[in-house]
Design a protein around this ligand. Sequence first.
Ligand code: SAM
Length: 254
Amino acid sequence: MLDTIAPRSGQKAPDVCGEKGPLVNEQTLSMRLERVAAHVPAGARLADIGSDHGYLPVALMRRGAIAAAVAGEVALTPFRSAERTVRENGLDSQITVRLANGLAAIEPGDRITAISICGMGGETIRDILDSGKAYLSGQERLILQPNGGEQPLRQWLMDNGYRILCEEVLRENRFDYEIIVAERTGPVMYTAQELYFGPLQMQARSPAFLLKWQRKLRQKHKTLTHFARMQQAVPEEKVQDIVRQARWITQLLA
Ligand code: SAM
């Protein structure tokens, strides 16, 4: 059994949650969270950081898919919400809800084997991992679902010896979501393009991945057209960065 609740105050402003709806709860997960759930190893001791309602750990526990969980939340309203979901499902002895900033929700006695951080920007996830290094044993599987900012997140994984084991792109509610699964294996090297597109996705070239990048390419072209029409000069460095991204995407899709 996990320890009892140990509230700790968080410093960081929380990201805004976008997903709500009558069909999304601890029994019926969104497709996005269902795909995240599929990467949580059977029998894991899961820390779900930024858990909001606690739907992911509660759904996994209800299915008997995990052994124990911590639901960490930095903001009071979602923390209370996660507490309620856990309580209403009678899972207080298996899921501990903690008010904490990032990985500070994890205590050594939890013996966590998997960490999910989902539904936030990739930079936010990277910052949570970076500022919470002291809470990582290095044995945990990371299941990350960034909403944008994948490149800096992959950069952090590479810089910290995490190999990407699995990646996927999925589309739901007109958003493209990415899932990145990683484990610490020691030194790993990815090219700049692999960090940008995802090393495994570049190889697999799934339909969802290609559609995402077709849409992205259209956006880049629109941005460049917009820059060209602007009265004020856009810094050349900024323009060249978008030009380079558009070139990479064009090469990928060729
Ligand atoms: N993980 C859920 C999902 O994917 O559906 C909820 C996503 S919601 C958009 C993001 C949640 O992360 C919010 O409830 C927010 O309060 C929480 N959050 C943001 N930064 C955090 C941090 N540093 N530590 C813990 N929770 C955080």
